[in-house]
Ligand binder design. Structure first.
Ligand SMILES: [Mg+2]
Ligand SMILES: [Zn+2]
Length: 193
């Protein structure tokens, strides 16, 4: 089976508006330009996956089912634009659980790589937190920080004193897609075996 390139997307603050805790379906808002950006990436051959920490249920803030409901609704809205989210990988643990899957730990990515025929030479991780970039670095992939959601604060206050450096900082997912399409083309043309 041929392997395909993949993009792992954070959910809240990257695809949809960051709400602190997205604790009701009525608060789901897809960020401007996101469906179009994802469509372009998909057209270029990337499969799209969501990788998300959802500790709300473990904290007792809302039921686990709501997370699934929101993911289903997110998929439905993106599908109207022809965008397919291949799968959602979710960590439901509380930070104190010390699980192997809460980002920036790599458990969810490892699981995705076991389940899907992903070309590990062409993987990007996009998120609005340095945690997402750290996940990319720990997994050996390129990490893009978007300035939507928590992104601006992360870039301004955490990035300067952090040793985690994004491969690219994008204003939003649209700019992230621009970067990926350029960057992955360069790699493909060098990949002449
Ligand atoms: Mg986020
Ligand atoms: Zn976990």
């Amino acid at each position: 089976m041929p392997r395909y390139p993949a993009i792992f997307l954070d959910r809240d603050g990257t695809i949809n508006e960051e709400m602190g805790y997205l604790n009701h379906l009525s608060r789901l808002r897809i960020l401007r330009g996101v469906p179009e950006a994802l469509k372009r990436l998909q057209k270029a051959g990337f499969k799209l996956f969501v990788v998300t920490n959802q500790s709300g249920p473990a904290r007792g803030y809302f039921p686990k089912e709501l997370v699934y409901k929101i993911n289903t609704e997110l998929s439905r809205r993106l599908k109207r634009h022809g965008v397919v989210i291949e799968d959602f990988f979710i960590c439901f643990h509380h930070p104190n659980d010390n699980c192997p899957c809460r980002k920036p730990k790599t458990g969810l990515i490892e699981e995705a790589l076991r389940r899907y025929p992903i070309d590990t030479n062409r993987v990007y991780i996009i998120g609005d937190r340095l945690n997402d970039v750290e996940l990319a670095k720990r997994s050996g992939f390129k990490g893009i920080l978007v300035l939507t959601g928590y992104g601006r604060g992360e870039a301004e206050y955490l990035l300067p004193q952090s040793n985690i450096k994004p491969d690219y900082i994008a204003k939003d997912l649209r700019e992230a897609a621009d970067f990926i399409l350029k960057d992955s083309n360069i790699h493909q043309s060098c990949d002449f075996s």
